[in-house]
Design a protein. Structure first.
Lengths: 412, 263
């Protein structure tokens, strides 16, 4: 199993609750103070430097027009980490190509990061949450298709080494594509995707050999999704996907005592409690399936995943492994339980920072996690025998279990 | 309003890759009715009134009602050709084309392309063009604004809305949801307009009536006046105590305006 540290680069200094209607989309930027923000950016990067020193990996994401996340251009923070960390895998989860609408630019940025980091990039692509459509003006009825079209084009751009090609597809048109540099990892960095309730999307990701992650999802829901995907692979006559293709992100806090851990997780919980938004931002037409959107319109369904579980509180989160916290031994038990209940995963993305948590508090938790938790659970989860789509696994001789990521770290 | 309903015939036509649902009511001169994006019109008693004098031919745009929205149809420009094909297929002549909101946009697109079969044009709060500068939002951002604010902008009095979303039966809510998805597909960007349309409205040769609700907060009467000016000889009627759906809020005033225009 691989372990990632994650902070969403929050802006925690909000006006009184009755003075704003949403953390996202329309919160004026006068709320942000650059003098404080500059220090925060550097503190968040320092967390990742520490993660690297502790043997953990780093994950970054991006959101726009929101106090929940100041990392509005994740490739920038990723590029900094490529230079200032040494060993950590660098996961961006992820690039939103449908919203950015220029997949080739993303291919270039990611190839640069992969080179500067000597092949440490784990390259995620996301469709983007509904709020993002206001910042990007991307059409919610198109972004699902645009995401996959962009991924295909990016792979093609990364793996074409004999001069320009042209592309005039459904949503994207590009001429004389000839991406420099090519990626450091050959044939290209591992691709990651995220998902919520769409099993076809998850299956597609896994079948193509990508890594599929779920965020802040109760274990039974993850089980349903992971089992469903594994069944779909069976039905298609494909080999079983490897655990390392599945990832999940809970809120995490490790303390020396239960009390310390409880106090810590309450600070991480800021992410869940401070997520106020106007309802229409969550539900542009065409973002979800027609039936779910109809339920939103008629008032049967009011909000997203986080909204539904938010009111249930920390204890509920712990019981369902959406929050994992406690002493190191307790956290080890909870990770093993999550592993068992979900049917297995190989990427553990730990959100160990949120809200106004200071560096010291976060660092202490990260150190306990890296030194006392990771050694006890890192053996969990099977590796995939080779890089690439499941259908191609058959054609080549099977690698021994635990043989590692063949081809993935190979240099150009 | 009429007490009984006239005879109704329903059919659907394959036009390019789309299947377009058509309903015909009444007898008389042909009137092609193009519903707006929220598809209030087919259920209105107003249709029966119109059907006393006209053969009302309701044709649902691709993505609305039973009409399908194939991938090959991406915007109102595409859709307008399907409607012109429909006029040919039904061999309609001197048709009064009546469109509401986005339906008015489609009607305007049709008339800029070919007026040979179009007798008159009645555009009610049509969208489809941009009048202001880059920082002006000519057409209210219905995706960004809170639901109750959109209602206030749509109706002179939101209580006049015959449709209540909250608690709506699943099948009806599904239809509304699908219509809104189709609208997003067709109108997201450029937002409810076609950059080219404004520059060819001068090609419209049919006599045109533009109807507007005085309190329309989705597209204001000023937008309507600018729209009207771009269509040669077009006349505008502003209906008081009505918003973006004057035919829903003030059907009598709407009918009076239409009768005066169509004779």
């Amino acid at each position: 199993m691989d372990f990632y540290h994650f902070t969403e680069f929050p802006w925690p200094h909000l006006p009184p609750d009755d003075q704003f209607t949403s953390m996202r989309v329309n919160l004026p930027s006068r709320v942000y103070d650059p003098k404080i923000g500059a220090d925060l950016y550097n503190m968040y990067l320092d967390q990742h430097v520490l993660a690297d020193e502790l043997g953990l990996n780093c994950m970054v994401n991006e959101h726009h027009q929101t106090a929940t996340c100041m990392n509005s251009a994740a490739p920038l923070s990723l590029a900094i980490l490529a230079r200032i960390t040494k060993n950590a895998r660098l996961c961006i989860l992820g690039n939103p190509p449908a919203n950015r609408r220029d997949p080739i630019r993303i291919a270039e940025e990611m190839a640069m990061v992969d080179n500067i980091s000597h092949g440490r990039l784990e390259c995620g692509f996301v469709r983007g949450v509904p709020y993002e459509l206001f910042a990007s003006n991307a059409n919610p009825t198109e972004t699902g298709e645009r995401l996959w079209e962009s991924i295909d084009l990016i792979i093609k751009a990364w793996t074409t080494h004999d001069g320009p090609f042209n592309y005039e597809g459904k949503w994207v048109h590009k001429r004389q594509v000839n991406v420099w540099p090519r990626p450091y990892q050959q044939p290209h960095p591992q691709i990651w995707l995220t998902g919520g309730s769409d099993i076809n999307h998850a299956t597609k990701a896994i079948v193509r050999g990508h890594t599929f992650c779920m965020f802040l999802t109760p274990a039974d829901k993850m089980r349903a999704m992971f089992d469903g995907v594994r069944e779909n692979c069976d039905k298609a006559g494909l080999p079983q996907p490897a655990d390392e293709q599945f990832g999940f992100m809970p809120l995490v806090f490790v303390g020396e005592t239960e009390e310390e851990a409880r106090k810590g997780i309450e600070q991480v919980f800021w992410y869940v409690t401070h997520n106020k938004s106007e309802p229409q931002f969550r539900a542009p037409p065409g973002y979800v399936e027609t039936e779910m959107y109809a339920n939103f319109l008629s008032g049967k369904f009011s909000g997203g995943r986080t909204d539904a579980i938010r009111r249930l509180g920390i204890e509920y989160f712990r019981e369902h492994h959406v929050a994992i916290y406690g002493t190191p031994d307790s956290v080890v038990k909870q990770i093993k339980s999550a592993f068992r209940k979900t049917g297995g995963f190989g990427q553990f993305l730990a959100m160990m920072h949120s809200g106004a948590m200071d560096f010291k508090t976060t660092a202490k938790c990260m150190k306990l996690f890296a030194e006392e938790v990771v050694p006890q659970v890192k053996h969990l989860g099977g590796k995939r025998p080779q890089f690439g789509p499941l259908s191609e696994w058959k054609k080549k001789p099977k690698a021994k279990p635990g043989a590692g990521r063949n081809g993935k770290r190979k240099a150009a | 309003m009429a007490s009984g309903r006239q005879s109704v015939t329903r059919a659907s036509y394959r036009l390019q890759e789309a299947r377009v649902a058509v309903e015909r009511r009444g007898r008389g001169r042909p009137l092609l009715l193009i519903p707006g994006e929220e598809v209030y019109e087919p259920e209105l008693a107003l249709i029966d009134e119109l059907a006393r004098k006209f053969e009302v031919i309701i044709a649902w745009p691709p993505g609305y009602g039973r009409s399908t929205l194939p991938e090959s149809v991406r915007n109102m420009d595409d859709i307008s050709y399907l409607y012109l094909d429909l006029l040919e297929k039904l061999d309609l002549k001197k048709v009064t084309v009546m469109g509401f909101s986005t339906g008015g946009w489609i009607a305007a697109e049709m008339a800029t392309k070919d007026c040979a079969r179009i007798g008159r044009l009645v555009l009610t709060c049509p969208m489809g063009i941009k009048i202001g500068g880059p920082y002006d939002r000519d057409i209210a951002d219905v995706y960004f604004l809170p639901g109750d604010e959109v209602q206030k902008r749509k109706f002179f009095d939101p209580a006049n809305d015959p449709r209540v979303l909250k608690g709506m039966a699943d099948r009806k809510a599904y239809a509304v949801a699908r219509h809104r998805e189709s609208t997003a597909k067709l109108c997201w960007e450029p937002y409810f307009h076609n950059i080219g349309l404004k520059h060819r409205l001068n090609r419209i040769k049919a006599p045109t009536l533009v109807v507007w609700g005085e309190s329309d907060g989705i597209v204001t009467p000023d937008y309507g006046r600018a729209y009207t000016k771009l269509i040669p000889g077009a006349k505008m009627v502003v209906i008081r105590k009505a918003g973006h759906l004057p035919h829903v809020e003030r059907p009598d005033a709407f009918l009076t305006a239409v009768r005066r225009f169509t004779g």
